[in-house]
Design a protein around this ligand. Sequence first.
Ligand code: ATP
Ligand code: MG
Length: 414
Amino acid sequence: MRQSRLFTKTRREAPRDELAKNAQLLIRAGYVHKEMAGVYSYLPLGRRVLENIEKVIRREMDAISGQEIRMATLHPSEPWKQSGGWDNVDVLFKIESRTEKEYALGQSEEEIVTPIAGEYAPSYKDLPLALYQIGQKYRDELRAKSGVLRGREFTMKDMYSFHTSQEDFDAYYEVVKEAYIKIFAECGLVAKVTEASGGSFSEKISYEFMVLTDAGEDTIVYCETCNYCSNVEVTNAKEGDPCPKDGSALKQGIASEVGNVFDLGQKYPKALGFTYKDEEGNDQYPIMGCYGMGITRLMGVVVEALADEKGIVWPESIAPFALHLVNAMPNDSEAVQYADELYDYLTARGTAVLYDDRDVRAGEKFADSDLLGIPNRLVVGKEALAGNSLELVNRATGEVERYTREELFQRYGT
Ligand code: ATP
Ligand code: MG
């Protein structure tokens, strides 16, 4: 895309009321537009990042037999009343229509997915079944001060699975856990997995996936020599205590929960009447699990975790563009022709290039480029025109690699 046509522009200042680094940078760079506290619109650059995160998630969910659907977000109130959520979920947005009908906005979708699954899975032969979606969620959150990390509207991947036995569920639970860790790693993050909350045997297991960042709202203790990690809300452990697994001194840190998985047992199938016939023809309730992942939060956590003093730094996997092609001499017709040719060649071969063809000082272009955080910057300047190799600057490390045009075409052009 030509940057001269990109309708968003970078800004020097973020709105005064925006305190979170993720939102300040995303707004200044033109990725998001703030509508009100906790509600953002995603502009071309931001939408591309979300789409890339979604691609990674889809691939992994499909690989573990998840079937993607798109559920309604405007919900009838009846299933919410049947499950008890209508009166007990404090973040549920409730709507009354002009004909005095009641509705809820989806904050999670157990109430919708359970009847859907029940309708299509009448027999043990139809199970296990895992359904997922990527979509908007609405929550009447009291605090919305963490930028895109805590929205009143946000994007989530939510998956729900149904099983005929606890063993089958437990096995799948581990599979999902591995898929989650893979997704976070691919997004450039290290996620720590908190142990089962509570710890009593009667309590259902849940895992929270935590990424260390000062912008988070959770405090965790973790072990640096093994994978032990626990949320301080549920554990008594604190900094310096011995790790229950290997005895080394625990560390304490602030983290953001980028995902979690729950064993829901038979609560929703019972409340909403989902039974299947077992091998003997008897009615049974399936065991249900739910698996959430905050997509917009993930984007914000990546900004928080990887940004430097100059701006955002995207990992290649989710960056809005692979290359930032910067013409440092926009008034030189030879440079324009050279950069145009590079742009045409690379885009024709499928490389996502943002091409800064604007008539702006080179220094300003570089500052903007640092703020935008595209992983590699390719500069067309005097050297390139003199027939020397091109500079490819790595945004994260600042390292410079030199490429001839041919070498560059080999790296990006195939
Ligand atoms: P939190 O403790 O942060 O409120 P939660 O326990 O309410 O999270 P879930 O209801 O299980 O989380 O939602 C699944 C995932 O969706 C969370 O792990 C998080 O990544 C994301 N998420 C939850 N609430 C929000 C929000 N208000 N804004 C953005 N992402 C959210
Ligand atoms: Mg919450």
